[in-house]
Each structure stands twice: as structure tokens, then as C-alpha cells.
Write a protein that binds this ligand. Structure first.
Ligand code: COS
Length: 384
């Protein structure tokens, strides 16, 4: 759907009020308890946020990419744990089905993903296959009209809550690279699928990851996304192109929140006879953060427009992910510096954001992988 301007601005205003009035006040509690209160999960569900990126015909809001990044700019303004709760259903957990799924797969899963009744996870990473995703070892051996999956997936976001996993496994035993990988839709509760203990993370408390273990887990051949073997890696890459742009927008939201908090603190805190905000060295930090967050916002809006116009955005999404995730790291570092001692203790939440945003430079492709993607595409285009 492309919302008319009035509907979009109403949606974003409602989301903004929700973030300020309902989510921000619960940030410290969520971090402390390492859990989002069920009542808040219900409110998030009622707002339709699990289905932002799922087409309207399957019960979602069907936002365009431009609309989705506008929503992510707003959601990014609060603890990433809230965004993470709905992140997989809107992104890596659902988009394989949206982009490459069969009509039956869409019909079976998308309506429940859109409401949040079903939580989706994306199981690509393994103990020995992270950045080199194409080298994954999880196998799916054909057995009649079924496949038998064996292997371990690692750091899988929302796995402890997931009802559906998109699992990448090697269906061609003779292959060692990205060819020969297929994407399977595996439901929680399938015999042979089990979960490891929750990871103890540096930040993003309230968002959970764990291992997903497959031990002779038998699934029908109809569970392959799109029904075709050997297409899984490409599906993963298409999903990640989109996911990287969404994460970039979340980075901008977090940066804008940190800048707002830093400015408010600098205006209120007095040293050397006046507010910190009057000191040019503090102004330099505020100005650098403002300009960098604005640059990232513009890149992301432009890339989203290009995607909505049907253009391939692999290079641009990688540029956005690299720049925005590094940018929010610098902004968070400056925020700690502006707050000084107050930035290093828990009370103001700045140190929490500093730890939370560190993940953005790692997941859905590290900064170094984004550099590889950008440069490889530059060379390929120059050679074409
Ligand atoms: N869209 C569609 N197809 C794509 C694609 C994209 N964005 N990127 C690659 N492909 C295709 C290629 O065209 C190629 O197809 P052919 O074999 O038909 O030519 C195939 O996929 C393999 O691509 P490539 O050779 O580039 O794969 P590599 O194994 O060299 O890996 C990187 C490429 C490093 C970019 C990939 O492994 C990657 O993104 N790694 C990071 C993984 C990641 O983000 N992990 C986070 C986990 S999810 S939280």
C-alpha cells in the first residue's frame, strides 16, 4: 500500500506518541527484567506493528519501503528491544516468504505473522559460518518427499519465542559454497528441533537470541521457500538487502534520540559559569552528531525511494548500513562524553544505548561485509 500523506502522517504521529508515552517510560524496566511486559507486547500487536511490511492482502499494513523507514526512524527512538520484538516479523523472518514464497506458503504464514500471533526467526548464522554465510554446514538430506535437517544455528534473534524458522541448509551435499543452499520453513515443535540456552548479551536486554539445533528434523519438501532447491542463499541476500535498509533507519532513530537527550542535558548542565551547550567544544560534538545523523537519514530516504521505484539497491543498502551503524556508534560515544560521569552510570540510560547500538555494526552483515558488498559491486559494474 502507498498511504496518502495524511494517513501516513497520522500513523507516524500515533507511533511517535506511543513511543514517547508507552515505550520510553518502560525502557529501564525492560532492561532490568530482560523482558518486555506482556501488556506492552499486546499494545504493540494492537497497533499492527508486527505486520508493517506484510502485504495488506495477508492482513499486514503493507507499507512501502519509504513508509517503513519512516516508521523505523520513529521506533528507533526507544530501546532497540522493542523494535527487535517486531523486527523479525517485518524483516528477516517474513520477507523470504513475501519475496520468494509460494502462494500456499504466503497464505499459511503471513496472516499470523502480520498479527504477531506467530513470531518468525531467520536461522542463517552457524558456529562456523557467520560473515561467510555461503559456507554453512547445516545439511538437509532428501528422503523421499521429505528432507532431514541436521546442524546448529547460532545467535538467532527471537528464537526463544519463535513459532516459525526460516532455516538455511545445504540440500546439495556435493556443494561447499552458496550454491546448493535451500531455505526451509520449519515450525517450532517439529520433532528434532530444539533450542539452546539464551545468550547473555552485552546489550539489547529484552531481546533474546539462542542456538537452534536440528537433530534429524524431518520436514516436507513443500517447506522449501518457493518450492525450488538451491535458491536459498539468493533469498537470504534479497531479504538482507531490505533488512539492512530497515536497520539503518533504526540507527538514525537511535542517533536522533541520543542527540535530543545530549542537547537537553548540555542546555541544562552548567559548568564554568554557564550551560555546556554554550561551550564550543561541546557544540562541535553536537554539530558533528547532527550532521552525520542527517546525512544517514537522507541516504536512507533516497535508497528507500529507489527500492519503491523497483530498482536493485544492494550497493546502496550496504552503504546505508555501513554509514548509519558506524554513525550511531560515534553519536552514542559523543553522548557519553557530553553527559560525562552521568553518561557512564545507569540513571540516564545513555550507557545502555551505548551498549545497545553496538550490535548494529555487527548483525545483518558487519561493517566489513558491507564494505565487501559495496566494493565488489563497484568492480563488477566497472567491468560490465
Ligand atoms: N540479491 C540477489 N542475489 C544475490 C545478492 C543479492 N543482494 N547477493 C548475492 N547474490 C547472488 C549472487 O548473484 C550469486 O549468484 P550466482 O551464483 O547465480 O552468480 C550468489 O548469490 C552468490 O553470491 P556471492 O558469490 O556474492 O556470495 P559469497 O559467498 O561470496 O558471499 C557475501 C557474499 C559476503 C556478501 C554474503 O555471504 C554476506 O552477505 N555475508 C554476510 C551474512 C550476514 O549478513 N549475516 C548476518 C546474519 S543475519 S542477522
Amino acid at each position: 500500500m502507498s498511504m496518502d500523506n495524511e494517513t501516513l502522517s497520522q500513523f507516524l504521529d500515533t507511533l511517535d506518541s506511543f513511543v514517547r508515552e508507552r515505550l520510553i517510560p518502560h525502557e529501564a524496566e525492560v532492561a532490568e527484567a530482560d523482558a518486555i511486559p506482556p501488556s506492552l507486547v499486546g499494545e504493540i500487536r494492537d497497533m499492527g506493528l508486527f505486520g508493517m511490511a506484510i502485504p495488506e492482502e495477508y492482513g499486514g499494513l503493507g507499507l512501502t519501503m519509504s513508509e517503513e523507514v519512516a516508521a523505523a526512524f520513529v521506533l528507533g527512538q526507544t530501546s532497540p528491544a522493542f523494535r527487535s520484538l517486531i523486527g523479525t516479523n517485518n524483516g528477516i523472518g517474513s520477507q523470504g516468504i513475501v519475496i520468494d514464497g509460494t502462494p500456499e506458503q504466503k497464505e499459511t504464514y503471513l496472516p499470523r505473522l502480520a498479527t504477531g500471533e506467530l513470531i518468525a526467526s531467520f536461522a542463517l548464522t552457524e558456529p562456523d559460518a557467520g560473515s561467510d554465510a555461503g559456507s554453512l554446514k547445516t545439511s538437509a538430506r532428501r528422503d523421499g518427499d521429505h528432507f532431514v535437517i541436521n546442524g546448529t544455528k547460532r545467535y538467532i534473534t527471537n528464537a526463544p519465542h519463535a513459532g516459525l524458522f526460516t532455516v538455511f541448509a545445504r540440500t546439495d551435499p556435493g556443494s561447499t559454497s552458496s550454491a546448493g543452499v535451500s531455505a526451509f520453513l520449519v515450525e517450532a515443535g517439529t520433532p528434532g528441533l530444539s533450542l539452546g540456552a539464551r545468550d547473555k548479551k552485552m546489550g539489547q536486554k529484552g531481546s533474546h537470541t539462542c542456538d537452534v539445533i536440528f537433530d534429524d528434523c524431518r520436514v516436507p519438501a513443500s517447506a522449501i521457500i518457493g518450492g525450488r532447491e538451491g535458491q536459498g542463499f539468493k533469498t537470504a541476500m534479497k531479504v538482507l538487502d531490505r533488512g539492512r535498509l530497515h536497520i539503518s533507519a533504526v540507527c538514525v532513530g537511535a542517533a536522533e534520540r541520543l542527540i535530543r537527550d545530549s542537547l537537553a542535558y548540555a542546555m541544562e548542565r552548567k559548568q564554568f559559569g554557564g550551560p555546556l551547550a554554550d561551550k564550543q567544544l561541546v557544540q562541535a560534538m553536537l554539530a558533528d552528531s547532527k550532521a552525520e545523523a542527517y546525512a544517514a537519514r537522507c541516504m536512507i530516504e533516497e535508497t528507500a525511494r529507489r527500492r519503491d521505484a523497483g530498482r536493485k539497491i544492494t550497493t546502496e543498502a550496504a552503504c546505508c548500513k555501513m554509514f548509519a551503524s558506524e554513525m550511531v556508534g560515534r553519536v552514542a560515544d559523543r553522548a557519553v562524553q557530553i553527559f560525562g560521569g552521568a553518561g557512564y552510570v545507569e540513571d540516564y540510560g545513555i550507557e545502555r544505548f551505548y551498549r545497545d547500538v553496538r550490535l548494529f555494526r555487527i548483525y545483518e552483515g558487519t561493517t566489513q561485509i558491507q564494505q565487501v558488498v559495496i566494493a565488489r559491486n563497484m568492480v563488477a559494474e566497472a567491468q560490465a
